[in-house]
Ligand binder design. Structure first.
Ligand SMILES: Nc1ncnc2c1ncn2[C@@H]1O[C@H](COP(=O)(O)OP(=O)(O)OP(=O)(O)O)[C@@H](O)[C@H]1O
Ligand SMILES: [Mg+2]
Length: 426
């Protein structure tokens, strides 16, 4: 494969940020990135990730480890994960259009729909006036309205089957199904015109995962955690979680990077919350506030048994003046049956236990006193114990489904946090 070159743009106007080069030679892929003079001189310029400081230098990238991406990390954050890749691969195989396999990271990057691409980065060919990748005919986007949820559900079920419908695959590929993550999902235009994610039930799901995710996001909000609005709609009789996009506002696209990118970590696992605190100290305008936000999320994750808290399930949004802030919480999934071990350990990678005691013992990493830490987890445990069943009913969970999820909300760690309350009251 010869070298491929793209212009990297940012925001609604697609202002030129830099150039991306990509090369694949004999199965080995690498890339390089250089800021444009326009961006380096722009009054509101900022580094699109800490690993790419604002200099004229061209920087080179290759995959670190088996799971690593050969693309610069903030660019890799906009590429699909297993779900989106599966759709692109199947579409390429069944429809025999586009590049032939094996697909490269460049193919995955440029297959992502431009309108719904996560964050604010955009990509186009170097030729003057070429459209951003990927767009539909005439540069239009293909994101369906919520009204089409039934058809989308059917298309996703077909895409998951061994004998997928080719038209459905092609449509899905164009419709913003290529967001990150492993679960079946698609972008939709919500009734109020805003962009949202629709997360569908997978044929492999054993639990009411969509309702449980909406439940967790609603509980998180009651616990003082910033979350996107979320609700359940029905698609062809199955529940679909509709989650508002937090990287879009009335002003347009908001730059987003994963915590993995912010930390410059080689993979999504292996780091600690103490490492994220370091990043908060360096790259946010109000580290003490951000560290408290993070502490709350870790405590909440433990209390609702969300153990899929890897570095791609935490993110940062660009704030201003070169500073970032934690994005709202996302991908919070109560897991009643999972081994109670965090993907991101609290402070010591050899101690990944999902333990409230361990978290409180390490409050100083978050620049908090143990008393304040106890108070926060106690208050959250109170809210969860008082509200989870009522909210679960409201979201449409049957009694059997609530029973399935009980161990995610009622367990030794929750008891410990609640006991801490009576201990302090004595
Ligand atoms: N509300 C949101 N607004 C903007 N971007 C989001 C939102 N929710 C998720 N994302 C982005 O989309 C990606 C995939 O979403 P999410 O993590 O919820 O999916 P998933 O398939 O459940 O993931 P996993 O594979 O971790 O289980 C996230 O990593 C994040 O970059
Ligand atoms: Mg995820």
């Amino acid at each position: 494969m010869s070298q491929r070159i793209l212009k990297v743009g940012i925001g609604n106007a697609g202002l030129e940020v830099g150039t991306l080069w990509f090369e694949a030679v004999g199965g080995r892929e690498h890339s390089s990135f250089q800021y444009s003079a326009v961006w380096l001189e722009h009054p509101r310029r900022f580094a699109i990730a800490p690993m790419l400081p604002l200099t004229t230098e061209r920087r080179f990238f290759k995959a670190q480890g088996e799971q690593g991406s050969p693309l610069p990390a903030p660019v890799a954050d906009t590429t699909p994960d297993s779900w989106g890749r599966g759709i692109i691969r199947k579409d390429t195989r069944f429809n025999k259009k586009g590049p032939t396999e094996p697909l490269t990271e460049f193919d995955f990057l440029t297959a992502v729909d431009d309108f719904s691409r996560v964050g604010a980065l955009r990509f186009r060919e170097t030729e003057e006036g070429s459209p951003f990748l990927a767009t539909g005919e005439g540069g239009r986007h293909c994101i369906p309205p919520l009204l089409h949820l039934d058809q989308l559900g059917k298309a996703i079920a077909s895409a998951e089957s061994d004998d997928p419908d080719m038209v459905a695959l092609r449509r899905l590929r164009q419709m913003g199904t290529t967001l990150g993550g492993a679960r079946p999902k698609c972008s939709v235009i919500d009734n109020d015109g805003s962009l949202a994610i629709a997360k569908f039930t997978s044929r492999l799901d054993m639990y009411a995962v969509e309702r449980a995710e909406v439940l967790a996001l609603r509980l998180a909000r009651l616990c003082g955690i910033d979350t996107p609005e979320a609700r359940i709609e029905s698609s062809d009789g199955l529940p679909v979680a509709i989650i508002k996009r937090f990287d879009r506002s009335a002003q347009g696209r908001i730059p987003f990077v994963s915590a993995q990118t912010m930390l410059g970590a080689p993979s999504a696992t292996g780091a600690t919350y103490a490492d994220i605190c370091d990043a908060l100290r360096q790259y946010t305008a109000s580290p003490r506030i951000e560290m408290r936000k993070l502490f709350r999320r870790v405590g909440f994750n433990i209390l609702v048994s969300n153990v899929d808290d890897h570095l791609k399930n935490h993110g940062f949004l660009y704030a201003s003046d070169g500073k970032w802030r934690l994005s709202p919480a996302f991908d919070v999934n109560p897991a009643p049956e999972r081994f109670r071990e965090l993907k991101t350990a609290i402070a010591d990678p050899t101690r990944p236990e999902a333990s409230i005691e361990l978290l409180v013992d390490h409050a100083f990493y978050f620049e908090m006193s143990a008393d304040e830490a106890v108070e926060i987890v106690r208050a959250m445990a109170d809210v969860i114990a008082a509200k989870w069943q009522e909210l679960a009913r409201e979201i449409g969970m049957s009694r059997a489904e609530r029973d399935d999820y009980r161990p995610a909300f009622e367990h030794a760690e929750a008891d410990y946090a609640l006991r801490k309350s009576s201990f302090r009251a004595e």
